[in-house]
Write a new protein. Structure first.
Ligand code: B12
Ligand code: SF4
Length: 466
């Protein structure tokens, strides 16, 4: 069976990083063993509807898969409409957090034939096997589908127990040199799935569950060696929900990373109650260049309402540990949580100032499907979870907070923070070196272009013909 997997492009309102999609790369790796697979990553390749239409028409897939979050869902459905025209025989399958939260409503769309709920590796491979053999999806666990126009939601599938048994992501199907970030060839990976916490604004546990399943250090290191040695990756993003959740496991991985021959730098994400000075130093020694911490709020009441289960004091101590280890500290915050007042947000603004962050980002609390906020407040009637769940539904207090957020966002890089960042770049070494190498390469390319005598191509052509 010919399967086409599509990563939708960034839209005006939804930008994406220049990083491979781990979800698609993981499911492609399992599919490849039994089917022909092609991946179109429009996050890094120029997109136009005509180009997409042409690609689908010429490949004529039997199955087309889209993975998306809630804000991207409506856009991805629009792309599925193009597939219906260009390859009418193809079955269209959706996966990812949005359809996992709303399987029946999603599959009810005329453009979608099946949705995969939760982890997609084995569910999609099994679905393709069944479709290939002309069978019915009735027995495939973890999917919702249409049976003669009637929506059916099959039984759920248990989370994948042994992550080491999964093949490595299908990097070979992606255009790896395109993924470039922080001045270096980059990639992302995940060493554990599942989050035991239940912050109200987060839907992480929806796909991967609340029980943490970890890959062995050996398995992780093998994938890192492959990324570094075969694909030349020099910067890694660990997209685990909380990279340092199991302290001993993290220390064991740090030790192996520190002894790796090809030096890699990396980014990871954690909580403030999962950080301490010794751990921060071990992370730094192993190549950790930047850590993102979800501080979320400077108001203890809001933190409590968010069910974050971290305190302001833990936030300050974690920030101090990270900074002292010489690691860039990125702070993530959530504004406009239900019940939050302007006075609460004022505490967040001063908290941000006091943390001496290298960078910060403030998102709005959106009741995305799969979050406790959505279960409580209901956002299921939305068709666009970017505009409707934020701007148009705001109270006057929320509008005031939103204006303050926008003003803080504009001030992310002040002159003082620029000098501090410069000093940290010098101290960090690897980032500065990557910047200098990158600038050197760009300058060399420009100089070689300028030095090339004009009309040299024409001369070459006439030399060849003489
Ligand atoms: C990394 C990440 C990002 C990165 C993605 C970079 C990249 N290219 O990889 C960045 C920073 C860009 C990002 C941005 C956003 N993100 Co994000 N992100 C994540 C995170 C932390 C990890 C995703 C991941 O790689 N997981 C590992 C892989 C293996 O799992 P997976 O992606 O879920 O894929 C599995 C299944 O979903 C399924 N599947 C996935 N695709 C497909 C396709 C098919 C055809 C099938 C059958 C199955 C399938 O099978 C996969 C393998 O098991 C998740 C949280 C989490 N723990 O999942 C949030 C998460 C997905 N993000 C979320 C959100 C809200 C956003 C933003 C809207 C944030 C914002 N305010 O801007 C944007 C939207 C961007 C966009 N264009 O969609 C929410 C989504 C909630 C929802 N209901 O949609 C999550 C769950 C986090 C949360 N706090 O709730 N994100
Ligand atoms: S915000 Fe982080 S800690 Fe909280 S539920 Fe989501 S992934 Fe888990």
């Amino acid at each position: 069976m010919k399967v086409l997997l599509v990563i939708p492009p960034a839209t005006e309102r939804r930008r994406v990083y220049s990083l491979p999609s781990l979800g698609i790369a993981h499911i492609a790796a399992v599919l490849m063993a039994r089917h022909e697979v092609m991946v179109l990553d429009y996050a890094v390749h120029g997109f136009s509807e005509r180009r997409f239409d042409r690609a689908v028409r010429s490949y004529q897939p039997d199955c087309v898969g889209f993975g998306c979050t809630s804000p991207m869902f409506a856009y991805a459905v629009g792309l599925a409409r193009i597939v219906r025209e260009a390859a009418p025989r193809a079955k269209i399958v959706f996966g990812g957090p949005h359809v996992t939260a709303l399987p029946d409503a999603s599959v009810a769309h005329g453009e979608i034939d099946c949705v995969v709920m939760g982890e997609g590796e084995y569910a999609l491979a099994e679905l393709c096997d069944v479709l290939d053999g002309g069978g019915s999806p009735a027995g495939v666990a973890g999917i919702a589908w249409k049976d003669d126009g009637e929506v059916r939601v099959n039984e759920t599938r248990a989370p994948i127990a042994d992550l080491d048994a999964l093949p490595f992501p299908a990097w070979g199907l992606l255009d790896m040199p395109r993924y470039y970030s922080r001045f270096r060839p980059s990639a992302s990976m995940i060493t554990a799935r599942g989050c035991p916490f239940a912050c109200t604004f987060c839907a992480s546990r929806l796909v991967h569950g609340t029980r943490v399943r970890r890959r062995s250090v050996e398995h992780v290191m093998e994938e890192i060696e492959l990324l570094a040695n075969r694909h030349g990756v020099r910067y890694l993003y660990f997209f685990d929900d909380t990279f340092t959740l199991d302290r001993d496991h993290t220390l064991a991985l740090c030790e192996r990373l520190a002894s790796m021959r090809a030096r890699l730098s990396y980014w990871c994400y954690t909580r403030s109650d999962c950080m301490d000075p010794e751990l921060a130093r071990a992370l730094r020694r192993s190549g950790c260049e930047s850590i993102g911490i979800g501080f979320e709020s400077g108001s203890p009441e809001v933190l409590m309402a968010m069910n974050k289960r971290c305190t302001i004091e833990e936030g300050r101590a974690a920030a101090e540990a990270v900074r002292a280890a010489g690691i860039f500290l990125e702070g993530f915050f959530v504004a406009n949580h239900p019940g939050e007042t302007m006075a609460d947000f004022g505490k967040t603004a001063s908290f941000i100032r006091s943390l001496d962050l290298s960078f910060y980002d403030i998102n709005f609390a959106v009741a995305y499907p799969g979050t406790a906020l959505a279960d409580r407040e209901g956002s299921h009637g939305c068709s666009d979870w970017f505009t409707e769940a934020t701007a148009s539904r705001m109270s006057s207090e929320e509008r005031k907070i939103a204006a303050e957020v926008r003003s803080l966002r504009r001030r992310v890089f002040t002159r003082a923070s620029f000098y501090r960042l410069l000093w940290r770049t010098v101290r960090c070494g690897s980032y500065g070196a990557a910047f200098i190498r990158h600038t050197g390469r760009v300058l060399m390319t420009m100089v070689s272009r300028l030095a090339r005598p004009s009309g040299s191509d024409a001369r070459l052509r006439s030399d060849n013909t003489s």
